[in-house]
Write a protein that binds this ligand. Structure first.
Ligand code: NAD
Length: 324
């Protein structure tokens, strides 16, 4: 039996997801859905499946095993709710919702994101998020080392990123370090691309810093995460850049780097691995490190919290009231 996949939003990022399904032997692209009929037809001709312009009609006709929502962040609410409320396993692009665009997440985006998560629970569906940086080879190695206790207890973390990777890095920090409990933030620069400097306190008691650089995005030197534990320090340089390891009591360090000179190729693999993991989960019920809708909501709470903490000029508690 094949895994029947429907794509909603036939734009740029959809091609990356589609190329992931094309590598999965039993995945079958059965529907291409876009409000723009010409786009839906074009994708159906190029990649297979039937063209649709209405999500509900498509869901009721095709009953797919996977609904992959690749619309933009301000157009995510309707297709996700239509899909999860009918019980369909759904993958949503990131961030979960942002009415003004991904670099301008605000507190009033949170009720929308909560509705999406609630609809998932009511519909008895599974909602996953396309936080594909989790599927970088070095990111996965670091996660395994943390889980195995090789670096000891987290003491503190330093992270910086270009805004292009902002929500991914918040997700990675939560993945590597656990929930962020409180933040204090200062911002500068133009309204649509503000540089943001945050101090973080994690639920574990560890502390950290996170800088989002509001400068012109480029394709190199995009992000750095320095995870410092009681037994050693690890530095993640970009998703395809490398991983440096500094054991606490040794002078020796280990640098794990790309075996080939095609970082873009390794980056593309993150999409492929993520889609393969989703298919494994749906087909075989195996646990996979995909971010869930709740992870998407928590990421958005941190993101919106940055703006509010900067406005207030004081520490913002991200638990309790902020989550309701
Ligand atoms: N994971 C990553 O690394 C990564 C990288 C780039 C972009 N993204 C995310 O991907 C998302 C999509 O970006 P894009 O550049 O592909 O957008 P896009 O504008 O190229 O494509 C979006 C498509 O969705 C369609 N659409 C909108 N509402 C719809 C609806 N209700 N039903 C059906 N179709 C609908 C539009 O007509 C459009 O064709 C963004 O949120 C972005 O943040 C993620």
């Amino acid at each position: 039996m094949s895994l029947r996949v429907a794509v909603v939003g036939c734009g740029n990022i959809a091609t990356r997801h589609i190329s992931g399904y094309q590598q999965v032997e039993d995945a079958e692209l059965v529907a291409m859905c876009d409000l723009d009929e010409a786009r839906a037809r074009d994708y159906a001709e190029r990649f297979g499946g039937k063209a649709y312009t209405d999500v509900v009609t498509m869901l009721e006709t095709e009953a797919p095993d996977i609904v992959d929502v690749c619309t933009r962040e301000m157009h995510r609410e309707a297709p996700v709710i239509q899909s999860v409320s009918r019980g369909f396993t759904t993958l949503a692009e990131k961030p979960l919702f942002a009415a003004r665009g991904q670099y301008s997440v605000q507190a009033d985006d949170l009720p929308v994101a909560r509705r999406m998560v609630e609809a998932t629970e009511v519909g008895g569906a599974e909602l996953f998020m396309a936080y594909n940086y989790r599927f970088g080879d070095y990111a996965q190695r670091l996660k395994k080392m943390i889980e195995a206790g090789e670096l000891g207890e987290l003491q503190y973390v330093h992270a910086w990123t270009r805004l292009a990777c902002w929500s991914h890095v918040i997700d990675l920090l939560r993945w590597f370090c656990g929930d962020i409990e409180a933040i204090a933030v200062a911002m500068s620069g133009p309204e649509d691309s503000r540089t943001r400097a945050g101090s973080l306190r994690f639920a574990s008691g560890a502390v950290g810093t996170l800088l989002g650089e509001g400068i012109t995005p480029g394709f190199h030197d995009m992000l750095r995460i320095r995870w410092c534990g009681s037994e050693g320090t690890a530095v993640l340089r970009d998703i395809a850049g490398g991983l440096e390891l500094y054991p606490r009591h040794q002078r020796q360090r280990t640098i794990v780097q790309q075996a080939h000179d095609d970082p873009r190729g390794e980056f593309m693999q993150t999409f492929h691995r993520e889609i393969a993991a989703l298919c494994d989960h749906v087909r075989d019920g195996v646990e996979v490190p995909l971010a869930t809708g709740i992870d998407g909501l928590r990421e958005l709470e941190v993101d919106a919290g940055f703006v509010v903490a900067a406005e207030r000029g004081e520490w913002l508690d991200l638990g309790g009231e902020w989550r309701s």
